[in-house]
Write a protein that binds this ligand. Sequence first.
Ligand code: ZN
Length: 121
Amino acid sequence: MPPTTYADLLAERVAQAEAQRGELVAAIEQMRLARSLTFADDEHDPEGSTVSLDQARDVALLVRAEQTLAELRAAQQRLAAGTYGDCEGCGRAIPPERLRARPEARLCVPCSAASGTARRP
Ligand SMILES: [Zn+2]
């Protein structure tokens, strides 16, 4: 197997994020439909609050998937521009192990920690 390039890695993550986004959009749409049918049948349905809680969670996940996609696309643009892997904070090269784990990373670990953008587990 040929070594995985960052371009391959990014393309793979974009495909994953797009698939996830598609699933979430479908789930949200399905829930919206189920909810409207529930309201039509009985507006005092005890499941109603559970459904909207699930929906809120899916919407939050969808927002995150969209953000990830935007970051991945920006990383692909940096790769095309030849600036990929340069930390936007200190200008030094981001270590390859970090880029392998998070190919959309814009900051090295110290800069990321300093700017408080380590918002993902
Ligand atoms: Zn840095």
